[in-house]
Design a binder for this molecule. Structure first.
Ligand code: ADP
Ligand code: MG
Length: 141
């Protein structure tokens, strides 16, 4: 099924100058950008985005990191895009990420792990709407 997912190239990856490399990996995996913008998330915007993690010990550090510099926020479209992007990203902890994944290549730590990807249709719907209001989770618009 063709679907959409929300991806973020996080501030650490932008600082490392690997935006182009990451987008190349998306395209090579059949995940095509259908919306994209570069933006600096404020801490409140990062807190709203990661609200599901608000009780976690790392919430403050995570939202400070996510607002530490510009990110690239994208909607990717492709066959089983949500799981396909999770597979392409690799494990949250780059040290545990399979070789060939984005996090294995570019992640520095469990926090500064280069990319975000939605983990279910429900979160993809919320996350796409959060950054691209009015844009549908479904392909074909
Ligand atoms: P994922 O991004 O793989 O879906 P989570 O949703 O569990 O992972 O966590 C969201 C983000 O929070 C991670 O990508 C990472 O940047 C950060 N994070 C997760 N676990 C930790 C941790 N134990 N310590 C610090 N930061 C963390
Ligand atoms: Mg997650």
């Amino acid at each position: 099924m063709v679907e959409r997912t929300l991806a973020i190239i996080k501030p650490d990856a932008v600082k490392k100058r690997v935006i182009g490399n990451v987008i190349q990996r998306y395209e090579a995996a059949g995940l095509y950008p259908v919306a994209m913008k570069m933006m600096s998330l404020s801490q409140p915007i990062a807190e709203g985005f990661y609200a599901v993690h608000r009780e976690r010990s790392f919430f403050h550090d995570l939202t400070a990191f996510m607002s530490s510099g510009p990110s690239v926020v994208l909607v990717l479209e492709g066959e089983n895009a949500i799981q396909a992007n999770r597979d392409l990203m690799g494990a949250t902890d780059p040290q545990k990420a399979e070789s060939g994944t984005i996090r294995a290549a570019h992640g520095a730590s469990i926090e500064a792990n280069a990319v975000h990807g939605s983990d279910s249709p429900e979160t993809a719907g919320f996350e796409i709407g959060y950054f691209f209001p009015g844009m549908d989770l479904q392909a074909g618009c």
